[in-house]
Write a protein that binds this ligand. Structure first.
Ligand SMILES: C[S@@+](CC[C@H](N)C(=O)[O-])C[C@H]1O[C@@H](n2cnc3c(N)ncnc32)[C@H](O)[C@@H]1O
Length: 222
């Protein structure tokens, strides 16, 4: 289905900045169209790590997915904006909390979303966050990650430069730290019994963005 981009963006009014930000994100970034279908099972709750202003919640609901949703982010201003927009959108079974993931990880069992967040944590903390996220994926759940990958391509360099620029002009309070490699991700996920599928997800952007969907493997050998 096509997302109702204007209706979603209108949930952020009267804040014009967030209205135009969300409208342009939804129009240009293939992430929000692609991710809801990864969360097929309605009964499995999703924890959205580094949820920002909570666009994923709106996209899940617009795609007919009513699964319980909790979004956490270290930025209290974004969490407040996410709460207001969720209320304006009339979304039920959704909660937002301020949480610094480098300090605390919320209790959870089910599915996890980790969209464009890993690169803002120091390398060591990235591994720990991935381990924590992988551990709370249930048998029916999935871990859905969108990240730039360190693979030596021009797209990879462009993604790093843009993340650094975003911090320098104040779009992102946290600064870019490091991109993981596909091998880094596979290794940690496999260690926690998850099998991952990688797909490029850069659409018409110049970025090296990948969608990684990891599920609990059915065989011990995975
Ligand atoms: C590029 S935004 C992605 C927002 C959202 N996941 C999306 O895709 O629309 C990255 C988010 O990660 C959050 N973040 C960065 N470091 C964090 C940390 N240590 N704990 C929690 N959130 C963090 C930022 O505040 C920001 O909202």
């Amino acid at each position: 289905m096509t997302l109702p981009k204007r209706a979603i963006a209108a949930s952020f009014l009267p804040d014009q900045y967030r209205y135009w930000y969300s409208l342009s994100k939804l129009a240009m970034d293939p992430l929000y169209q692609a991710v809801p279908s990864a969360f097929a099972d309605e009964s499995v709750p999703v924890l959205d790590l580094g949820c920002g202003i909570g666009l994923l919640l709106h996209c899940l609901r617009a795609s007919g997915r009513q699964l319980p949703y909790v979004g956490v982010d270290t930025d209290a201003v974004k969490i407040e904006a996410a709460r207001l927009a969720s209320a304006r959108g009339g979304h039920r079974n959704a909660d937002f909390q301020v949480c610094d993931l480098s300090v605390r990880f919320p209790e959870h069992q089910g599915s996890v979303a980790l969209l464009d967040v890993i690169q803002y944590l120091p390398e060591q903390a990235q591994g720990k966050l991935l381990e924590q996220a992988a551990q709370c994926v249930s048998k029916e759940g999935q871990l859905v990650i969108r990240t730039g990958l360190a693979d030596g391509t021009w797209r990879s360099a462009m993604t790093r430069a843009t993340d650094r620029f975003g911090h320098s002009v104040g779009w992102m309070k946290t600064s870019f730290k490091a991109q993981p490699s596909a091998d880094d991700l596979r290794r940690v996920l496999k260690q926690y019994g998850l099998q991952a599928e990688f797909k490029p997800l850069w659409g018409r952007t110049p970025f090296n963005n990948w969608l990684v969907v990891a599920r609990r493997s059915t065989s011990a050998a995975a």
